[in-house]
Design a protein around this ligand. Structure first.
Ligand code: DC
Length: 224
């Protein structure tokens, strides 16, 4: 049986880094569900699809050709129709549009099928907003990561500066807040901790400390 570990939380909570490290450590599959919403927003922009056209967006979500692959250098690459879109995927503009399209139930249903296909082999670490509540409600372990808005904005800022994007910290904090509000208040699959999730505040923790804590829980539960 494929073991499933879900790691949900708002943007900048550290779920991406921790999930990747954990999947690597356990030799599990890794699902970056946010990347699917992000790739959809790139595909829709390239096709000039009206962002209100839910039917067309759902069709693209269902049929777009997306491949996640780890490069020889250990980088995580995302290909859309064969083209490497990794750096486009990570921009704030893409994230904001992804959050907007993610509010449509038609889009969520289409992406749900794709997400569930990642559950194969020994196990899966799935990161997102609704992994533990909607996509994998029977997961073996559910983690919900959170952190203060300031800390999350700082993390995002560092990440973007390293990538050569010039954004002010204040503007980022506003964007993080706006995205939180949209993700938390939407009607379908809002961002919320599953009732049976272990909630960790990562404000004062490094990614490695969070990983350590999660591994501890996995050990304690004799999950693997
Ligand atoms: O985790 P992320 O920042 O890459 O996600 C981008 C957006 O996609 C996020 O603001 C909301 C949406 N999303 C979602 O609604 N459900 C998920 N499981 C993952 C992401």
């Amino acid at each position: 049986m494929t073991k499933i570990i879900t790691i949900d939380g708002p943007s900048g909570s550290g779920k991406g880094t921790v999930s990747r490290l954990l999947a690597d450590k356990l030799s599990f599959q890794y699902l970056d569900s946010g990347a699917l919403y992000r790739v959809l927003s790139i595909a829709a922009t390239r096709r000039n699809v009206d962002t209100a056209n839910k039917v067309e967006l759902a069709l693209i979500a269902e049929h777009m050709d997306v491949i996640f692959k780890t490069s020889a250098q250990g980088d995580f690459d995302i290909l859309l129709e064969g083209e490497n879109v990794t750096s486009d995927v990570r921009t704030e503009t893409t994230g904001a549009l992804a959050s907007q399209l993610a509010a449509y139930s038609e889009v969520r249903d289409a992406l749900m099928k794709r997400q569930r296909l990642f559950a194969r082999g020994n196990g899966l670490v799935a990161d997102g907003r609704d992994m533990g509540t909607v996509v994998f409600p029977a997961a073996d372990l559910k983690i919900y990561l959170t952190a203060s808005i300031d800390e999350r904005a700082k993390r995002r800022h560092k990440e973007l500066i390293e990538k050569g994007e010039d954004v002010s910290l204040r503007a980022l904090a506003e964007q993080v807040k706006a995205r939180d509000e949209r993700d938390i208040n939407r009607e379908v699959s809002p961002l919320v901790a599953a009732e049976d999730a272990v909630v960790l505040d990562t404000s004062n923790m490094s990614a490695l400390e969070v990983l350590d804590k999660v591994l501890h829980i996995i050990d304690f539960k004799r999950l693997v």
